[in-house]
Design a protein around this ligand. Sequence first.
Ligand code: IVH
Length: 678
Amino acid sequence: MSDRRAARRAEQLREEINGHDYRYYVLDEPAVPDAEYDRLMKELREIESAHPELVTADSPTQRVSGVASPGFAEVRHVIPMLSLNNGFTEEDLADFDRKVRERLESEGPIDYSATPKLDGLAISVLFRDGVYTRAATRGDGVTGEDVTANVATIRSVPRKLRGRPPAVLEVRGEVFLPYAGFEKMNRDAVARGDKQYVNPRNAASGSLRQLDPKITAQRPLDLNFYELGVVEGGAVPERHSELAGWLNSLGLRTGNENRRVRGVEGCLEYYRDIGARRLKLPFQIDGVVYKVDRRADQEKLGFVSRAPRWALAHKYPADEEMTLLEGVVFNVGRTGALTPAAKLKPVFVGGVTVSNATLHNMDEVARKGFRIGDTVVVRRAGDVIPEVVRYLPEKRPEDSREILMPANCPVCGSPVTRLEDQAVYKCTGGVLKCRAQRAEWIMHFAGRRALDIEGLGEKLIEQLVADETVTSPADLFDIDAKSLAERERMGEKSAQNVVDAITKSKKTTLPRLLYALGIPQVGESTAMALAQQFGTVEKLGVASPALIEETPDVGPIVARSVYEFFQSDLAQSVVARLKASGVTYEPISTEGRESLPLAGLAFVITGTLAGIQREPAEDALRELGAKVSGSVSKKTSYLVVGADAGSKRAKAQQLGVPILDEAALEMILKTKRPPPPA
Ligand code: IVH
C-alpha cells in the first residue's frame, strides 16, 4: 500500500473504530458484531506496524477501549486496567508460548493458569480492612466510573471479607449476566414494549451503569473475580492458580472452571474441554484466558502498550457475523405452511459457512424490520440453526426491497392464504397438487420417529417425488432395487440397502404408524393416545368426531382434524394400500396402562439435559405410563428443565406447574415412581 493510501485508510479506521467504541461503551448499543470490530482493529494494527510513523497518540491501538460516561464520579486506577491480547488459532497460542519461554529463558514447559473468558465488563472492587469500599468500571483503563452503589446490589459481592484480608485489597473481575437472567430481562422488556438487549454482555453493562442503583438491584447480575489490583499490608499467593482458592477463602467468587495446565498441550486440552461445554455453561464466554502461573514470571515479562505479555485470550470462532441479505425464499412444509428463509452472502460463522438462515415467519420479519439488501447479523451457536438476528440501519442501501409473501405457492402455483389470527401462510394445493408438500409428507413418514426408514434421505425423496415414482407413502413399498439402482448416484448396493430398510419398516407399532401418516394436528403424544384408545387403524378410521374426542387429551379441533383426514379418498387409499403391502404393527394392549406408575401424569422437558438425551428420556417416561408433550399448559403435571431453559420455565411458573431438575428426572426413571410431593 502506498504511504498516502495507508495514511488515509488508517484515518478512516480510527474514525470508524472510535464510533463503534462510543456506541459500545457509552450507548450500550453496538453497531457491529465483535468479529467485525476485531477485524478493523487488526487492520489498523497491521497498517501501523508497517508504517510506524502513522501511529498517533490517540489511536485506538494505543489505549484500552472505553470511555467513562458523564453522570458517574471518576475513579483513577492506580494500576491501569489493561486489556488482553487475542489469539484465534493454535499457531497464535504456540507463538505466545514460544515468546514467553524465550523471554523467561525457560527450558521446560510453562505452567499456565486457565479460566473461561467471561463476556461481561471488567470491574475493580476495593476492600479496606476487609470492608467493601468502592467499585469502579474499567472506563478507558486509567479513569473509570464510580459504581460503588450499583455493585453493592450484586448478591455475590460481600460487604465484609472473611478471614484475614490485607489492609488494602483491590480485586478485579467480570460483571456478567447469566443467560437465564438475560432472557428474563428481555421478556420483561418485551412485556413493557421496550427494546430488547442485543446480548448478555450489553445487558450487563446497561444494568450496571444505571444512575439509579435501585434499577441495578432488580437485574440478576453476577460477578467473578480473576485478578488483583493494588494490595497493601498482606501477602498474596505466588501462583495465579492459587489466587482463586485464596479469594474464595476471603468470601469472593471466582467461578469453578479455573485450572492449572502445562504447556501448549495443556492449554489446548483446556480450550477444547471448555469449548465442548461452552453452550451448556449458564453464562456467555467468548474464549479462555491463559496466564503465566508464577507471579514472579509475570513480573519479568511485563506489559507492552495495552496488554500483558504473560496472558493470552484464546477466542472461540465468532458465533455472530455480518453479511448481506441477498434474497428471501419461501419453503413449503408438510402442511403447506410457507416459511421465509434468508439467502445470505456466504459467511463463516460458528465454525461453518452459512448461506441460508431461517427467518421464522412473516410477523418476525416485520418485527425485525428486515429488507432485502440489508447488512444483517447472523448468529449460529453450536448446532442451533443459523438465525438472522438484526440488521444494521446505517448500512441499508437506497435500493433495499421489502420482503413480500408471494400470492402463489412458489412450487405448485396454488393460491396462498393466510390463516386467520395466525402468523402462518399456507399453500392451498395440498399434497395432491403440491410437490413440496408431498416430499415433506414422505420425509415425515420415513423419519426417525415415524417409520424410521434408514438411507431414504431428503435428496432421494426429492428425486422420487419429482419424477412421480412416489406420490404417497404407500408407493414406497412398490419400489424395487433394480429401478432404484438405475438412478444417478445410486449404486446397486445402496439401492438394495434402501429397499431392505423399506421392507424392514413394514413391521412397526401403531403409535408410529399413526404419527407417520401425518394427520394434521397429530404429534407423537396424540398418536400414542389414539393408538391406546382405538387399538387399530381401522377402528380409528371409522370413528365419529365425538368418539375420537373421548380419547384422553384430545379436544374438538384435533378430533375433527383426525376425522376429516380419514374421510379423504387419499387417506383411505393410502391406508388400504399400506395394509396390502404388508405394513403391520404389534397389537397394542390398551388395558393395564392406568396401573402404570406414571399414569395420568403429563410431562414437558425443556432445555438441554446433560446426562441423558431428551428423546430416550421422553420414551422412558411414556413407557412408565406418562404423557409427554412439547408445550406447557394447565394440564402439565411437571416441567423438567435442563440448561438454557427459556420461555417454558416462565410459563410453568406463571401457571404454578411444578418444576423438576435433571436429577429429579433421573430419580423418577430410576425408582419408576412419581416425584414425592414438594
Ligand atoms: S485479566 C491485565 N482475566 O477480558 C489483564 N480479563 O480483553 C487484564 N476478561 O478487560 C484482564 N475474563 O473484561 C482477565 N480471566 C480473565 C478475564 C478477563 C474476561 C475480560 C476483561 C478484560 C478483557 C480483556
